[in-house]
Design a binder for this molecule. Structure first.
Ligand SMILES: NC(=O)c1ccc[n+]([C@@H]2O[C@H](COP(=O)([O-])OP(=O)(O)OC[C@H]3O[C@@H](n4cnc5c(N)ncnc54)[C@H](OP(=O)(O)O)[C@@H]3O)[C@@H](O)[C@H]2O)c1
Length: 348
């Protein structure tokens, strides 16, 4: 018996190659999962292109299977497995050893797809402790989008977003659209930005209260203040980075929370004076909480799955590609044409 997989040598999307490998046997406390759907993240592109370099403890080695987020069915259990049985539908966790609490340096070195083997394959063995039960109201494709994008949005919002709080989301990628759905389900007021009016209309239909095109309104921070009568955003999901962080500080409310998540508009470079911003003064000026987010632990993921189930939230799958189209799927994500998530179905 064999499995199908994609591997990369981390030199770019053209290095993605399809191959077969022997089907592994689960060991103690492990299960074999037949992977049905793999959801792509911005990070996967960085890994494949050899640009995922900000965690110095994570180093590249040889060819590897990329990607971290999947939904599949357990087809075999190893000895002493107690959490699951054959036939259970499960989701991967991004950092398999991060079960609860604050992430540690050691747990950070266990990321799926880099440095550990990823999930862009038809089968993979997982430690049973590294899996979460998939919610029954979601398809495999929808459920596969939860491990990184939704958990990241959940960790940014769950402690503070509630009725009447203003949440600002940047762009309409995976994290932002999950953030929109979670924030609305928590009763918050949502402002979302995008470079595309079409995507902003899609965000409106998902419940966004206010939309701003950051291309045609480069002073979107001032627009956030105008829309909130000078109050600003109570919570910001800072996914933009270099071109957005300064403006986030201009439109954060007093006592607000800025979640530092990503850098789709580029990284703020320590060595570049032009990009450098005075985080010290900007943070204290409005008594801001600046919080770094690294996805979240398994117990928070499980709580979030319960929330999705209770509220009936269905993640937005923008486009589904077949397994043989993995490279095209990555190229589509790279083009930025998506709204929400891009998924690969291993069966088509
Ligand atoms: N720290 C963590 O735990 C964590 C977890 C997940 C993701 N991330 C990071 O968060 C970022 C977003 O991830 P993702 O998976 O949601 O990415 P994604 O799905 O690829 O989203 C890309 C979107 O970013 C938007 N964007 C680009 N430039 C922008 C700008 N100047 N201002 C506002 N939006 C801009 C675009 O939205 P429009 O097309 O609408 O303009 C684009 O479609 C990435 O940097 C990723 O590495 C971090």
């Amino acid at each position: 018996m064999s499995l199908q997989q994609w591997t990369t040598d981390l030199t770019g999307l053209s290095s993605l190659t399809q191959s077969t490998a022997p089907l592994p046997t689960p060991g103690d406390n492990e299960v074999l999962v037949e992977i049905h759907a793999v959801s792509l993240n911005y990070r996967d592109l960085e890994v494949i292109k050899g640009e995922y370099t900000h965690h110095k403890s994570i180093t590249a080695t040889d060819r590897k299977v990329p990607c971290s987020d999947m939904c599949g069915i357990i087809t075999q259990t190893g000895p002493n497995v107690t959490r699951f049985t054959v036939g259970d539908r499960v989701l991967s966790t991004f950092l398999p050893d991060h079960i609860t609490g604050q992430v540690t340096e050691k747990e950070l070195t266990t990321g799926l797809g880099h440095p550990m083997p990823g999930v862009l394959a038809t089968h993979r063995v997982f430690a049973e402790s590294a899996l979460v039960r998939a919610p029954s109201h979601l398809s495999d494709e929808e459920a596969s989008t939860l491990p990184i994008a939704s958990v990241t949005a959940w960790m940014s919002l769950s402690s503070r977003a509630r009725e009447g709080k203003v949440v600002l989301l940047q762009g309409t990628g995976g994290v932002a659209v999950a953030g929109l759905q979670i924030a609305k389900a928590l009763g918050a007021i949502v402002i979302i930005t995008s470079s595309s009016d079409t995507k902003l209309s899609q965000a409106k239909s998902l419940g966004a209260d206010h939309t701003i095109n950051y291309r045609t309104t480069p002073g979107w921070d001032q627009e956030v203040l105008r829309l909130t009568n000078g109050h600003g955003a109570d919570i910001i999901l800072e996914t933009g980075g270099a071109q957005t962080l300064r403006k986030s500080f201009e439109c954060i409310a007093f006592g607000g929370l800025i979640n530092c998540i990503g850098y789709t508009s580029g990284k703020v470079d320590d060595d570049d004076d032009e990009d450098r911003i005075n985080v010290n003064l900007l943070t204290l000026r409005r008594s801001v909480t600046l919080q770094g987010i690294i996805v979240g632990p398994r117990d928070e993921f499980e709580e979030m799955v319960g929330f999705y189930q209770e509220k009936g939230i269905k993640p937005v799958v923008n486009r589904v590609f077949g397994f043989r189209e993995a490279r095209e799927a990555c190229e589509f994500l790279e083009s930025g044409g998506h709204f929400g998530k891009v998924v690969i179905n291993t069966a088509i």
